[in-house]
Each structure stands twice: as structure tokens, then as C-alpha cells.
Design a protein around this ligand. Structure first.
Ligand SMILES: [Zn+2]
Ligand SMILES: [Zn+2]
Length: 371
């Protein structure tokens, strides 16, 4: 019997550039050391931005090397931050197929900086060593094997080539959920799509095999339910950084088949913000009856805005970009005024909660016979 050999990648080296070392550097570089094909370049704090620019240019010019991952480690401080943003903006085209992860607590928790960094092409901003490591490992898992002959796909957004179907499925949200425009031609089936991320998620990779639920399978009935969670901790609200650079919104989503509004709210908070919540009441219920020309029938949309609290107030927020969101953070109602928002209703609703508007009991939904 022939022995099956595991495929050997033809390209020997991927570069990881780590800069701004601090106490986290040792932890991260130790875990990366297990990847034999990796060459780590460490830019020391003293060498700063100029050295980083030189290194990135050198790696990008050398056809033998792939600069595939740029890991920037904080704390950045104001001075370094003001130098880094123009560097990344200038390099955005050069770095488009490079995963840029910034590990910094202050930046990760700042709703404004998260948007600014996404706009200059930083794929992930996190305060969690664990989440950044998990992402880096996911990125490396296909980057280091992407030269197998069976991998023929190219990402339509960044041009990263020689990916398998699952690699592309995993790669796309991780790198591009921050992008403002995601229209294009699907490299797998050739379909022209307004939103490639939604198309890939629903039609290819694990969704095609039934391992994840495709959104397109949600029932297109005359009744659509949406559940929102207004989660308050001290004077701050939990907000989700939405894909397509749309800005912030409450954790929210469509009520799936066989699911109650309550269950949908709890599930979406976990998927989009990474937290476990307990619903405590209902702020308001909106309904939108309208006639759908496309579906040739009347549709009723019902949106339930729950008030909720974290089960464990210290639970870490999600900062890993995926098909659900680019991450989550806490903001005050005042801070929301200066932020890009997916829907400005969030301003009035957070103010209502701040001012102590009476909250309906959860059983108010039973009265309406909405599950
Ligand atoms: Zn890409
Ligand atoms: Zn397709």
C-alpha cells in the first residue's frame, strides 16, 4: 500500500513582523516559534517606524518572501499612534494581502480608534493575547499550506492567491469584514455579488456542507422578527462594530426558525459581541408592515429591543473579525454622538435608558403572542 505523504509547502518562509515589544512580546513570539517555516522579524521600540517601513519595503520587494502577517504590539501611546496611522494609510495597498493585528488595550477599547484603524486597513484590534494568537494561528494554518496544487482560488478583495475553498471562506471575513465595499465576482462559482462575504458565508465552505447555518435558509415568510439587546454596564453600552464599515449598532439579528425573540437576542449577543447576557426587560417594540414588490406579498417586520445585563461583567469582549462582526466595545451615550452609527435610533434609545424610562417586563411579549 502506498504511503500518503502530507503535502510539503514549496515556499519555505513566511514572515511575521512584530514591533513595539513589551511584556506580551515574549508570550506571542514563543508561541510562534513552533512554526518552523516562520521567520520572525522583530522591530524594537527604539528603531521605530522608519525601521518598520524599511523592513516592510524589503520584504515586499523580495519575490522569495511573503510578508503575510504584521503583528503590532502595544501599548502604543499617543506619539507612536500618530506615526503609525499615516504609515498604515500609505502602505494600505502594499499591505492589502497582509494580516495586520494590533494588540493594545486602550485602542481595542476605544470605539473611535477601532473605526479609524479599520479605515486604514488594520484587520484586528484586540486587547486579548489569546484572541490574537487564535487568529494568527488560523491565518498561518492556511498561509503555510497554500502552495498545494489543489488550492487554486484567489481572494477577489486582496489578491491573496492559491487558497482552497475553506481557506478562502476563513480568510475573507478575517481580512475584509472591515472593508467598505465587498461587491465582486465570486472566485468559486463565478456569481456576481453585491456582498461577497454574505455570499461566501451562505453558499460555500462549511455552509455548503451543512456545518454552519446559512442566513439564506432563514424562512422568507410574511413575518420577520429581529431581536436587539441593549446591554448596559455602569454608564456604558455594549456596541458591535458592524461589517462594511457601517459603524456601531446594538448586538442584534434575525430570529431564526424555531427560535424565540429571547433566544435570538441571547444568541446574537454571543455571536456578535462574544458575551453571555441575561435579558431583564423590554425597552420598546417596533413594527413595520409593508408590501414587498419582490416577494409580491405583505410583510410584517417586528423589532424587539431588550434591555439586558452581562452574566459575568468581566467577560472579555469579542475582538476577532468574523462573519458576525469586526468586534465589540463599550461606549457612553454621549460618545455615540461622535461615532459612525449603523442606525441613529441607538442615540435616542441609550438616552431613554439613561433617563430611567420604564422598562416593560419580559412577559410583555407573551401578551402579543409573539412566541
Ligand atoms: Zn483577501
Ligand atoms: Zn460563489
Amino acid at each position: 500500500m502506498a504511503i500518503k505523504r502530507s503535502p510539503v509547502p514549496q515556499l519555505a518562509t513566511c514572515h511575521v513582523v512584530i514591533c513595539w515589544p513589551d511584556d506580551k512580546l515574549r508570550e506571542v513570539s514563543l508561541s510562534l516559534a513552533s512554526y518552523k517555516q516562520l521567520e520572525c522579524s522583530i522591530v524594537s521600540e527604539g528603531e521605530g517606524m522608519i525601521e518598520l517601513e524599511r523592513l516592510v519595503d524589503r520584504l515586499k520587494r523580495n519575490p522569495e518572501s511573503d510578508l503575510l502577517l504584521l503583528l503590532l504590539i502595544g501599548p502604543c501611546g499617543r506619539e507612536r499612534y500618530t506615526k503609525m496611522v499615516p504609515f498604515l494609510s500609505k502602505r494600505i495597498k502594499l499591505l492589502s494581502d497582509t494580516f495586520v493585528c494590533l494588540l493594545d488595550t486602550y485602542l481595542s477599547e476605544s470605539a473611535y480608534k477601532r473605526l479609524e484603524l479599520a479605515d486604514v486597513g488594520v484587520n484586528m484590534v484586540t486587547s486579548s493575547v489569546e484572541q490574537s494568537e487564535r487568529c494568527v494561528k488560523q491565518v498561518l494554518s492556511y498561509l503555510l499550506t497554500r502552495h498545494q496544487s489543489s488550492s487554486t482560488l484567489t481572494c477577489p478583495e486582496c489578491g491573496l492567491a492559491r487558497l482552497g475553498e475553506d481557506d478562502l471562506w476563513n480568510h475573507f471575513p478575517l481580512y475584509h469584514v472591515i472593508n467598505a465595499n465587498m461587491s465582486g465576482v465570486c472566485p468559486i462559482c463565478g456569481s456576481k455579488e453585491k456582498n461577497i462575504a454574505v455570499h461566501l458565508h451562505d453558499n460555500h465552505g462549511p455552509a455548503k456542507r451543512g456545518e454552519v447555518v446559512a442566513d439564506s435558509l432563514s424562512p422568507k415568510t410574511e413575518f420577520n422578527g429581529f431581536a436587539f439587546s441593549i446591554v448596559r454596564r455602569s454608564n456604558k453600552y455594549l456596541v458591535v462594530q458592524e461589517f462594511l464599515g457601517q459603524g456601531y449598532w446594538f448586538p442584534a439579528g434575525r430570529v431564526d426558525r424555531h427560535e424565540t425573540f429571547h433566544q435570538a437576542a441571547v444568541r446574537e449577543a454571543k455571536e456578535e459581541a462574544g458575551v453571555d447576557i441575561q435579558l431583564t426587560g423590554i425597552l420598546t417594540i417596533h413594527h413595520f408592515p409593508h408590501y414587498s414588490e419582490r416577494r409580491k406579498k405583505p410583510i410584517l417586520e417586528v423589532c424587539v429591543y431588550f434591555v439586558a445585563r452581562m452574566i459575568d461583567e468581566n467577560q472579555q469582549l469579542k475582538t476577532t473579525p468574523d462573519y458576525e462582526s469586526a468586534g465589540a466595545c463599550w461606549v457612553t451615550a454621549n460618545e455615540l454622538c461622535d461615532l459612525r452609527l449603523r442606525n441613529i435610533d441607538i442615540l435616542a434609545m441609550t438616552r431613554q435608558v439613561d433617563s430611567g424610562t420604564p422598562i416593560l417586563p419580559l412577559k410583555a411579549l407573551d401578551v402579543m403572542h409573539l412566541y
